[in-house]
Design a protein around this ligand. Structure first.
Ligand SMILES: N[C@@H]1[C@@H](O)[C@H](O)[C@@H](COP(=O)(O)O)O[C@@H]1O
Length: 244
């Protein structure tokens, strides 16, 4: 795994955005795997800035997101669809029909999981997947104990994850108990992966990712089985990782 150490959150956001913009310019019909959470917000702001200033076009880009809360319709302000539209898609020249998220309000969840997995296959896999990381090592919503062979599936959210994400909701009771997420195997099929981390709250997870062995109790460690992963993280997130 390659590690890019950045000074702070802004520097992390700029470096990750730069890498993405270069790829988009080289291959304007890229399939991007996108993530939600606080961490990628700065990257999305940088992509928007660049689009407005330098005209990088997303007209032919397809995006596919990692996950969605179950039970939240797309117009719910806490749905990841709403997050992606307002944080990114609404500000680019991307076609909304080329942006994909699992449907959290689908009636038949097993069928929705199959549809999503098939969609990834139909897109001939993800060229570049952006990831954040949970404090317990979750990627997407794959909680500790998830099989590395897993494909898109429904998960019960860990109490710690619901607590960590409660800041976006009125109260923890409002945080959905379940989500639909790409599986670990679906993520590992991506050609290239960038994992972002910022702040001291992520330092222990990043230490475990860098120094640990692949272990299903720590989902992000599956990335050790992939050949093209770059961690872009700030000093605080890398505070428990030596500089050489
Ligand atoms: N499903 C998302 C993950 O994709 C994200 O990586 C994680 C970390 O979030 P944050 O970036 O806000 O720390 O939170 C959520 O659970």
């Amino acid at each position: 795994m390659k590690i890019i150490r950045t000074a702070d959150y802004n520097d992390m956001s700029q470096k990750a955005a730069q890498l993405m913009i270069e790829k988009i310019r080289q291959q304007p019909d890229l399939t991007l795997g996108l993530a939600t959470g606080s961490t990628p917000k700065g990257v999305y702001a940088e992509l928007i800035k660049d689009h407005q200033k330098n005209g990088t076009s997303y007209e032919k880009i397809t995006t596919i997101n990692l996950d969605e809360y179950i039970g939240l319709p797309p117009f719910d302000p806490n749905s990841y669809r709403h997050f992606m539209n307002s944080e990114l898609f609404d500000h680019l020249d991307i076609r909304l029909e080329n942006t994909h998220l699992p449907k959290g309000a689908a009636e038949d969840m097993p069928q929705e999981c199959e549809r999503y997995e098939q969609l990834i296959k139909d897109l001939a896999d993800i060229d570049l997947q952006l990831l954040g990381i949970g404090r317990n090592g979750h990627i997407g919503f794959n909680e500790p104990g998830t099989s590395f062979q897993s494909r898109t599936h429904v998960v019960d959210l860990a109490e710690s994850t619901r607590k960590a994400n409660a800041r976006f909701f009125n109260s923890i009771e409002d945080v959905p108990a379940q989500a639909i997420t790409m599986g670990i195997a679906s993520i590992l099929d991506s050609r290239e992966i960038i994992l972002l981390a910022s702040g001291s709250a992520k330092a222990e997870a990043i230490r475990q990712l860098v120094y640990g062995e692949p272990d299903e109790q720590f989902p992000a460690s599956a990335l050790k089985l992939h050949e093209n992963v770059t961690i872009i993280a700030d000093e605080e997130a890398l505070s428990l990782v030596s500089k050489d």
